[in-house]
Design a protein around this ligand. Sequence first.
Ligand SMILES: [Zn+2]
Ligand SMILES: [Zn+2]
Length: 69
Amino acid sequence: MKCYICAKEGKDTDAVAMCIVCGMGLCMDHLVREDVDVWEGGYPFPAQRMKKVLPRILCPECYNAMGGG
Ligand SMILES: [Zn+2]
Ligand SMILES: [Zn+2]
């Protein structure tokens, strides 16, 4: 998979992660990572409790949409 943002800019960069919200492929330069210890509601996944600290990978657009930054 390629980084979606790089692809839009005409570059061809391998994705190292994927946005958990929209599924966009992201390279190291474009992913936004936050470690969260509570899996809050509102994600497009079946509701379930997670007991571990999870890395949350978002693309810049979803990060902004969720009020981050
Ligand atoms: Zn990129
Ligand atoms: Zn996204």
